[in-house]
Ligand binder design. Structure first.
Ligand SMILES: *[C@@H]1O[C@H](CO)[C@@H](O)[C@H](O)[C@H]1NC(C)=O
Ligand SMILES: *[C@@H]1O[C@H](CO)[C@@H](O)[C@H](O)[C@H]1NC(C)=O
Length: 249
């Protein structure tokens, strides 16, 4: 008798092929008709990922064939982003927000160098721009305070008009006396105790790093944040490690 264990393997293997090859060709026709677009996605983060249509989803809901997120929720969502500074507290929503043609002008984005050196290449697509830009940004100074550093996903195209804008700021604030209140003190109370009155519509003008740095110590860095109490400075005794859950309050 001739029985070699290897021949069994071969038989099993050919059975395997017989079983699986015919259905595969039947499916293929169908797929090539339906799928025009395979999505590019960000590398899976802690919770979510973003596809190049501008949708955010988790790894379980992504279409296994197309790699696209379901078209649920907002396209180009800016959840957790500060529109003014174009910085977000999550990488995924930074990419999604950045992909919005109204946020990022494609023709400018595709001229941006990937890195500083003159020889550095440029981004090949708006998705590559957003995925790269949100990950590293020279404006996002790494700071010892976790509360601030969570807003470090920024996608803005650097503007080179800072000098003219600082002159503009000065003129907007002409005649305004800037008073720094105590922690938790309202604008009304801080101004009243100095015999003046609060001008609420100028608070937004004050809420810019350039201005804030003039009046407050800003020991680490000045970064954008969101919330009702703006402008604001993080107090010295703020906890350094705030988890996501605590921050959502
Ligand atoms: C993940 O994405 C969903 C939307 O698809 C969003 O509601 C949720 O807040 C995101 N989770 C995190 C932790 O960003
Ligand atoms: C920066 O300035 C240069 C020349 O002054 C101009 O060509 C370029 O478009 C400007 N960049 C932005 C983002 O405005």
């Amino acid at each position: 008798m001739f029985r070699h264990p290897r021949s069994i393997d071969l038989i099993l293997l050919s059975l395997f092929f017989l079983q699986f090859s015919p259905p595969a060709t039947a499916i293929r026709k169908d797929v090539s008709l339906k799928l025009k677009h395979y999505c590019k996605t960000t590398v899976q983060g802690r919770y979510n990922l973003t596809d190049d249509n501008g949708y955010v989803c988790d790894a379980f809901s992504i279409d296994p064939r197309s790699r696209c997120c379901p078209r649920r929720g907002d396209q180009f969502s800016c959840q957790g982003c500060n529109i003014g500074s174009q910085c977000c507290n999550s990488y995924e929503f930074c990419v999604s927000c950045c992909l919005n043609p109204e946020m990022t002008r494609i023709e400018l984005a595709l001229k941006v160098k990937i890195a500083k050196p003159v020889t550095a290449g440029i981004y090949g697509s708006i998705f590559d721009y957003c995925a790269g830009r949100c990950r590293h940004n020279s404006e996002s100074v790494v700071h010892e305070n976790a509360y601030l550093s969570e807003f470090h996903h920024c996608f803005s195209i650097q503007s080179n008009s800072s000098e003219s804008s600082s002159a503009q700021l000065e003129s907007t604030l002409a005649g305004i006396n800037v008073i720094v209140g105590r922690q938790g003190e309202s604008c009304d109370s801080a101004c009243k105790s100095n015999g003046q009155s609060c001008v609420p519509n100028k608070l937004a003008v004050l809420n810019q790093c350039e201005v804030i740095k003039k009046y407050m110590s800003c020991k680490g860095a000045c970064l954008s944040s969101v919330g009702a109490d703006q402008p604001a400075e993080v107090v010295d005794d703020a906890p350094v490690h705030l988890s996501d859950r605590e921050r959502e309050d």
